[in-house]
Design a binder for this molecule. Structure first.
Ligand code: ZN
Ligand code: ZN
Length: 370
């Protein structure tokens, strides 16, 4: 009933193999069939053990072909079902056949995630599927009304377009009980305050922190595994967080992640940027669903050690449809700063991706040698 959202890690080494073979025209260093099957490893919620990442086993489905029986591909069908792309079959039993319905679901997934629509399990699609993400289903109505300034608008709302109407100032609080111990309360509060301020800068809504958790409009906590709302968290990476649509106010972060407020200090390769995820989740709390614009805050996935905290025009236009515009918001200066972000972002994100590729290749080499 309640939509959720989550994030996950990208598996860029798949890209790397493709890149090597296509750019340098030699065979991949390791044939795809030798990818280690991480799905057989035991999940471990201890943050020091990163042998298991959710959805890692999907790497073995790279380039699986239509019409064939692919052992275990029913797991991928369950994934697509979970995020709204495939209906449950009778008896809730997915087959291992790569059938037409699966092709349609894949094509829809590719469309909604802003990928090339091939209907195939290509490397881009597999890497996106393996990325950590938000638990909320992606299939909500896309809004295509509005101005014609930006033809790429892909923001979306929850069914019925719910929004907060009870007050123009909402209170929020961090759970005193469900928290993490390696970040200080003040570090977490600072990040959360900043995340709320990004949204209040563009709409006429204010957010104030409250010390009374139970009576707050928005309640934020770190939870582990099955925590009683029917959406169990899954350990390291996989689903990172979820939140509930208006006017519920619950925002849950997976306590099994290695949350970071500063990547200079936090060196874990599976660290997740707290501010990026909280900013995304607040978007859900306020009534936005997922966007297909990769750069937007409301895109459903986020790479480990990735950071995406600045609202994009797609996020702003979506939230302003629900709440109107903050009188202090200046569209022109926003577009100017977005343009410079795009310019800076393209070079830094490409060098970021290169580092990720190199790192993952190195990581994979270590595993092979070991
Ligand atoms: Zn989400
Ligand atoms: Zn929850």
């Amino acid at each position: 009933m309640f939509p959720f959202f989550r994030y996950y890690p990208s598996f860029f080494f798949l890209f790397f193999f493709n890149l090597l073979s296509s750019v340098f025209l030699f065979s991949p260093v390791f044939p795809a069939t030798t990818f280690p099957d991480f799905s057989t490893l035991t999940p471990d919620n201890n943050n020091n053990n990163h042998d298991y990442y959710a959805w890692r086993g999907f790497a073995r489905f790279l380039d699986a072909g239509k019409g064939t029986e692919v052992n275990g591909i029913s797991e991928l069908k369950k994934y697509l079902n979970r995020f709204g792309y495939l209906p449950l079959p009778p008896q809730n039993n997915f087959s291992d056949i790569f059938d037409d319905q699966f092709v349609s679901a894949l094509s829809l997934y590719q469309n909604r995630l802003g990928l090339s629509v091939t209907g195939k399990l290509d490397s881009e699609t597999i890497a996106t599927i393996m990325s950590p993400r938000c638990g909320i289903s992606d299939l909500t109505k896309f809004n295509n009304n509005g101005s014609t300034i930006h033809s790429t608008r892909r923001y979306a709302f929850f069914n019925g377009q719910p929004r907060w109407i009870r007050a123009s100032t909402l209170t929020y609080a961090l759970s005193p009980d469900y928290t993490i111990d390696y970040l200080t309360p003040s570090e977490i509060r600072k990040v959360v305050r900043r995340s709320f301020s990004r949204w209040s800068a563009v709409i006429p809504l204010n957010f104030t922190e409250s010390s009374d958790y139970d009576s707050s409009d928005i309640r934020i906590g770190f939870y582990r595994g099955d925590h009683g709302d029917g959406e169990a968290f899954d350990g390291v990476l996989g689903v990172l967080a979820h939140a509930f649509s208006p006017e519920n106010g619950r925002l849950h972060l997976d306590a099994a992640e290695r949350w970071a407020v500063d990547f200079e200090k936090e060196k874990s390769k599976v660290a997740v940027d707290l501010e990026s995820v909280v900013t995304h989740e607040i978007g859900h709390v306020l009534g936005l669903a997922h966007s297909a614009v990769k750069e937007s805050v409301m895109y459903p996935s986020l790479s480990p050690r990735g950071k995406k905290v600045d609202l994009r025009i797609d996020d702003v236009e979506g939230i302003q449809v629900l709440y109107g515009t903050n009188p202090n918001f200046k569209l022109e200066s926003f577009l100017e700063s977005e343009k410079s972000m795009n310019n800076n972002g393209s070079s830094s994100s490409s060098s970021n991706n290169n580092s990720k590729l190199l790192f993952l290749l190195f990581f994979y080499l270590l595993i092979m040698i070991w």
